[in-house]
Structures are given as C-alpha cells and as structure tokens.
Design a protein around this ligand. Structure first.
Ligand code: HEC
Ligand code: HEC
Ligand code: HEC
Ligand code: HEC
Ligand code: HEC
Ligand code: HEC
Ligand code: HEC
Ligand code: HEC
Length: 351
C-alpha cells in the first residue's frame, strides 16, 4: 500500500468518525471548546438532581445539549464563560453525554458516568466497581466563588418557630436570601415540599461543621425526631414497629426535600411498598385465609375509609407502627375485624 493510499484511507476513516455524531469523544473537543468543572467521572449520587458546571471558550458554541442515557434532558444556549445547570438522574448508572454544536456541526463532546443509588431497588443499593462519592463541599471551589456565596450566612439559620409557622401559613419565603438557593434552587421544584426545605432551612439537617461538610447526622431518625416528636411518641407507644421505620431510615421512604408524591414519598405508596414486598401487589395475601377468591384490589379503587384517597397498602397497614402484628391500621386485633371496617355487608364465599 502506498503512503498516499494510507493517507486517503486515514482521511476517509476520520471523516466517517466525524460524521457519526455522538459516537466518539477523544477526537472531538480537542481545542478545549468546553471543559467540565463539575462533576468528576464516576461519582455516586443519592437523589434525582445532578448539578453540572461548564467552562466554555468565548463565542465558540451555539448550543449545548445534555443527554442522560441517550435521552436529551436540557438544551443550553451559552451566553457566558460559565454555564451552570442541573439535570435529572435515573436510578442506576447514568451515562451523561454533553455535545457542543456550532453552526449545526458537532464540535465537542464530553462523556461521563454518574451512579444514582437507591435503598428501594436491591439491584442499585451498591455502586458498580470504580464509582465513589465525591463531596463537592469538601473541595476548594474558588472557580465558583466569583459568582456564588460559598459559605452559609446568618440568613441560612432559621428558628423552629419560624419554620413551623411559615409552613403552616404557607408563607412565601424569600428563597434567594439562602446561600444554598443559587445552586440548589431546583431541589424543591416539586409539588410536595417538606416543611423545612420549603423555607430553605437547609441547615436544620445539614451541619456546616460536620465532616464531610454538610453531612446529616446518623441515624437520620434523630433528626426527624427533633421536629416530629409528637408522631414519634405516638409510634413508640405501639407494640410493633415496621422494620425500615425502626432502623433509623426514615429517608428510605421520605425524600427530606421534596417529591412528586404526597408526604414527599419517593414513590406513590403502592409502588413504594411493592419495591420491598414484591409478592404482595396482587392482593392474594389479603383474602387467602378468609375467602375463596384469588385476589383483592390493592390500588385503583376509592378507599371506603378515607374519603378522597385511593385504596392502597396504607388503607390497611400503618407504615410506621401499630398494636397489631401485621401492622394493621386502626390497631385491629383480627383480620376479620379489619374486613368489617370496609365491608359492612356480609362478604360472599367466606371460608
Ligand atoms: C460567571 C459566574 C458564575 C460562575 C463562575 C459559576 N456560576 Fe453557577 N450560576 C451562575 C448564575 C448567574 C446562575 C443562575 C443561572 C440562572 O439564573 O438560572 C448559576 C446557577 C448555578 C447552579 C444552578 C443551576 C440550575 O439551573 O439548577 C448551579 C448548580 C451552579 N451555578 C453551580 C456552580 C458551580 C459548581 C460553580 C463552580 C465550579 C459555578 N456555578 C460557577 C453564575 C456562575
Ligand atoms: C456554588 C454552588 C453551591 C452552593 C452555593 C451550595 N452548594 Fe451544595 N452542592 C453544590 C454541588 C455542585 C454539589 C454536588 C452535588 C450536586 O450535583 O448537586 C453540592 C452538594 C451538596 C451536598 C452533598 C454533599 C457534597 O458535598 O457533595 C449537600 C448536603 C449540599 N450541597 C448542601 C448545601 C447547603 C446546605 C448549601 C447552603 C448552605 C449549599 N449546598 C450551597 C453546589 C453548591
Ligand atoms: C429534614 C432534613 C433535611 C433538610 C431540611 C434538607 N436536607 Fe438535604 N439531605 C437530607 C438527607 C437525609 C440527605 C441524604 C444524604 C445523607 O443521608 O447524608 C440529604 C442530601 C442532600 C444532598 C445530596 C443529594 C445527593 O443526590 O447526593 C443535597 C445536595 C442536599 N441534601 C441539599 C439540601 C438543600 C439545598 C437543602 C435546603 C433546601 C436541604 N438539603 C435540606 C436531609 C435534609
Ligand atoms: C426542622 C424541623 C423538621 C425536621 C428536622 C423534619 N421535619 Fe418533617 N416537617 C416539618 C414541618 C414544619 C412540616 C410541615 C408541618 C407539619 O405537617 O407538621 C413537616 C412535615 C413532614 C411530613 C408530612 C408531609 C405531608 O405532606 O403530610 C413528613 C412525612 C415529614 N415531615 C417527614 C420528615 C422526615 C422523614 C424527617 C427526617 C428526615 C423530617 N420530617 C424532619 C419539620 C421538620
Ligand atoms: C425498604 C424496604 C421496605 C419498604 C419500602 C416497605 N417495607 Fe414493609 N417490611 C420491610 C421489612 C424488612 C419487614 C420485616 C421486618 C418487620 O417485621 O418489621 C417489613 C414488614 C412489613 C409488615 C409486617 C409483617 C409482619 O408479619 O408483621 C407489613 C404489614 C409491611 N411491612 C407493610 C408495608 C407497607 C404497607 C409498605 C409501604 C408503605 C412497606 N411495608 C414498605 C421492608 C420494607
Ligand atoms: C416504609 C416507608 C416509610 C418509612 C420507613 C417511614 N415512613 Fe413516614 N409515611 C409513609 C407513608 C406511606 C406515609 C403516608 C401514610 C398515608 O397516607 O396513609 C407516611 C406519612 C408520614 C407522616 C405524615 C403524618 C402521618 O402519620 O401520616 C410523617 C410525619 C412521617 N411519615 C414521618 C416519618 C418518620 C419520622 C419516619 C422515620 C421514623 C418515617 N416516616 C418512616 C411511609 C414511611
Ligand atoms: C384490604 C386490606 C389490605 C390491603 C389493601 C393490603 N393488605 Fe397486607 N395484609 C392484610 C391482611 C388482612 C394481612 C394478614 C394476612 C394473614 O392473615 O396472614 C396482611 C399481611 C401483610 C403482610 C405480612 C405478611 C406475612 O407474611 O405475615 C405484609 C408484608 C403486607 N400485608 C404487605 C402489604 C402490601 C405491600 C400491600 C400493598 C401492595 C398490602 N399489604 C395491602 C390486609 C391488606
Ligand atoms: C380498607 C378497606 C378494605 C378492607 C379493610 C377490606 N376490603 Fe375487601 N374490598 C375493598 C374494596 C374497595 C374492594 C373493591 C370493591 C369494588 O370493586 O368496588 C374490595 C373487594 C373485596 C372482594 C371482592 C369483591 C366483593 O365485594 O365480593 C372481596 C372478596 C373482599 N374485598 C374481601 C375482603 C376481606 C376478606 C377482607 C379482610 C381480610 C377485606 N376485603 C378487607 C376494600 C377493603
């Protein structure tokens, strides 16, 4: 093969690579059109939001598209040297792909991975090899300091009285007085927001003196107890506790910040319970011992006892504690007594 033909073949292959947008990172972005300040590759996250911070060389890019597992999540039209935004993560491994476009051409690409762990999915409790937690606030972040306040101020400390009265009265709080707001503003952008997060009292749970900085003291239950003493006292007086509520892990089920679901639960109640009790979704367990039927509804019907609510696992069970061994609501002694709460007329086919 002549030198010339090698040259042409190489040229041909290179143009193929450049044409096949999105499949190659090393050849692109050679002139550092944009660089990733945060996050590093292979970090572990707990919750849904990931912050991304980019440095972009002036006027070099028209559009940046951020994709998670090949689905576009956000488009940015850069107008400054720094671009900061956040994207939602899926549970498990997220392959994040940032592409830079100039005049309709792909001119740069950055690919990295983030793992979002979850106590509710046995497959995703532990990260794959090579992933580790990166503590943003433990690092020197002078790059961010020109535009963001990096240490909490007096305005971040809020009294319990203020928290309770503001959340009771649904008072509008000046969020921007919180130093956390400028970077974490999207953390409460959900329909159901937890009291202290709604008034940006982040330091109620996150200790700036802790190591790692802002970590939450464990067990988390103790933190919850500090404001929910009434609930906890009520539950502690019961005979039986639900495993996960009793092991200090209130935040297995409740997102401490905000969520799509009432009581800021990580999932709608039925899905939440079935994540751990996989075999209970069909309702067979409800009727098995009592009537000759194969199943009982566990969702999708109105709850006869709780007006306006859907029938779910929580219609019959208390998620925290109960005086009944099966954690029945209403602390009922026997299954039959439970049936009668909803079925006032005799049930057919009783065993
Ligand atoms: C040149 C100024 C500048 C610098 C430097 C800067 N930011 Fe920002 N950042 C901003 C502005 C302005 C906003 C608000 C943008 C808006 O209004 O949506 C912002 C917003 C954010 C957000 C919230 C984005 C969202 O929509 O959820 C995050 C996260 C963030 N910055 C992180 C960082 C980090 C981390 C650094 C340092 C590595 C940094 N920023 C450096 C100006 C800057
Ligand atoms: C300059 C932007 C910025 C400001 C201001 C900021 N954070 Fe963060 N914080 C981040 C980024 C980026 C991360 C990395 C995780 C992520 O992607 O959200 C983070 C992560 C965290 C974490 C997880 C642990 C860690 O270190 O990674 C906690 C907890 C936290 N922030 C709390 C706070 C609180 C409380 C405040 C206000 C007192 C605050 N942050 C202010 C940008 C900021
Ligand atoms: C009721 C307690 C509570 C409040 C209030 C609270 N957090 Fe958290 N936050 C937690 C817990 C619990 C975690 C889980 C991590 C842990 O256990 O250390 C967490 C984790 C985080 C993380 C890490 C997310 C991740 O994916 O790894 C960030 C960022 C964060 N909080 C920011 C904030 C900000 C900003 C506020 C104020 C709006 C706030 N938090 C208010 C309890 C709280
Ligand atoms: C700084 C005080 C404070 C801390 C700490 C705190 N909460 Fe709350 N919580 C509140 C306030 C205020 C409300 C809203 C008023 C109310 O319902 O009592 C609330 C409401 C709730 C609700 C009911 C939401 C609803 O829509 O019915 C749940 C669930 C909850 N908190 C769980 C937790 C969990 C779990 C923890 C621990 C991770 C925790 N809280 C820690 C203050 C706190
Ligand atoms: C994180 C996993 C997890 C989630 C989520 C979960 N559970 Fe459980 N549950 C357990 C474990 C572990 C046990 C066994 C330990 C015990 O008896 O408390 C248990 C026990 C129970 C029991 C009592 C069993 C008995 O024989 O006494 C009932 C009833 C129950 N769960 C109902 C629910 C309901 C309803 C939900 C949804 C609100 C739910 N669980 C969500 C882990 C979970
Ligand atoms: C197994 C999941 C699970 C765990 C763990 C859990 N909760 Fe809940 N919690 C729920 C569900 C489901 C509801 C909504 C109940 C309903 O609508 O019937 C709820 C409701 C609440 C409420 C609203 C008031 C009420 O009684 O309905 C508070 C407050 C609360 N939880 C606090 C806590 C605290 C504090 C802990 C830790 C000790 C905790 N939860 C642990 C599932 C859980
Ligand atoms: C209509 C009422 C009702 C509903 C709805 C209901 N359960 Fe039950 N559950 C019961 C009864 C009754 C028992 C006791 C059955 C028996 O006698 O063994 C029970 C027992 C259990 C047990 C203990 C099982 C054991 O082996 O000891 C678990 C765990 C449980 N339910 C979880 C769930 C979950 C998860 C859901 C939602 C998918 C749910 N239940 C929905 C009535 C209900
Ligand atoms: C929290 C309320 C609730 C409890 C407690 C309850 N059920 Fe039901 N049950 C329902 C609802 C709602 C339906 C669906 C009715 C419909 O289709 O409109 C239903 C349907 C049934 C059906 C099938 C339809 C029918 O009416 O013939 C049977 C059988 C049944 N239940 C038996 C039981 C037994 C046995 C128990 C006690 C172990 C029990 N249920 C406890 C709410 C409840």
């Amino acid at each position: 093969m002549s030198v010339k033909s090698i040259f042409y073949i190489t040229f041909f292959l290179l143009s193929l690579v450049l044409a096949s947008e999105g499949h190659c990172d090393s050849h692109l972005n050679r002139q550092n059109i944009f660089t990733l300040n945060y996050p590093p590759d292979k970090t572990i996250m707990e919750f849904e939001l990931l912050s991304i911070s980019l440095k972009i060389s002036q006027d070099s890019v028209d559009l940046i598209s951020a994709n998670v597992n090949d689905v576009e999540k956000i488009r940015i039209f850069p107008d400054s040297e720094f671009e900061c935004f956040s994207i939602p993560l899926e549970i498990g491994t997220n392959r994040i792909n940032l592409t830079a476009i100039k005049e309709d051409r792909l001119i740069g690409e950055i690919i990295f991975n983030v793992f979002r762990r979850s106590d509710l999915e046995s497959k995703f409790k532990e990260p794959p090899a090579g992933f580790k937690k990166d503590y943003f606030h433990m690092k020197e972040n002078s790059q961010c300091a020109p535009c963001h306040i990096m240490e909490p101020t007096g305005a971040d400390k809020k009294s319990l009285q203020m928290i309770f009265s503001a959340s009771e009265n649904k008072a509008v709080v000046d969020a921007s007085s919180s130093t956390c707001y400028s970077c974490h503003k999207r953390i409460i952008a959900y329909p159901f927001v937890h009291g202290p997060a709604s008034v940006w009292s982040c330091l109620s749970c996150h200790d700036p003196q802790a190591e790692p900085k802002y970590s939450v003291k464990k067990p988390v239950t103790k933190i919850c107890l500090s404001c929910h003493l009434e609930h906890m006292e009520k539950w502690n007086a019961k005979k039986y506790f639900h495993g996960p509520s009793n092991t200090g892990k209130c935040s297995i089920c409740h997102n401490p910040h905000a969520s799509e679901n009432p009581s800021s639960l990580f999932k709608p109640i039925w899905d939440l319970c079935v994540s751990c009790h996989i075999d209970k979704g069909d309702g067979r367990h409800i009727v098995e011992g009592y009537v000759n039927t194969d199943s009982h509804p566990t969702h999708g019907k109105p709850d006869p006892l709780r007006e306006g609510k859907e029938l779910t696992c929580a219609s019959c069970h208390n998620s925290h504690a109960s005086d009944s061994p099966k954690l029945w609501r209403l602390d009922i002694e026997t299954g039959i007594a439970l049936c009668k709460e909803c079925h006032r007329k005799p049930i057919k086919n009783i065993r």
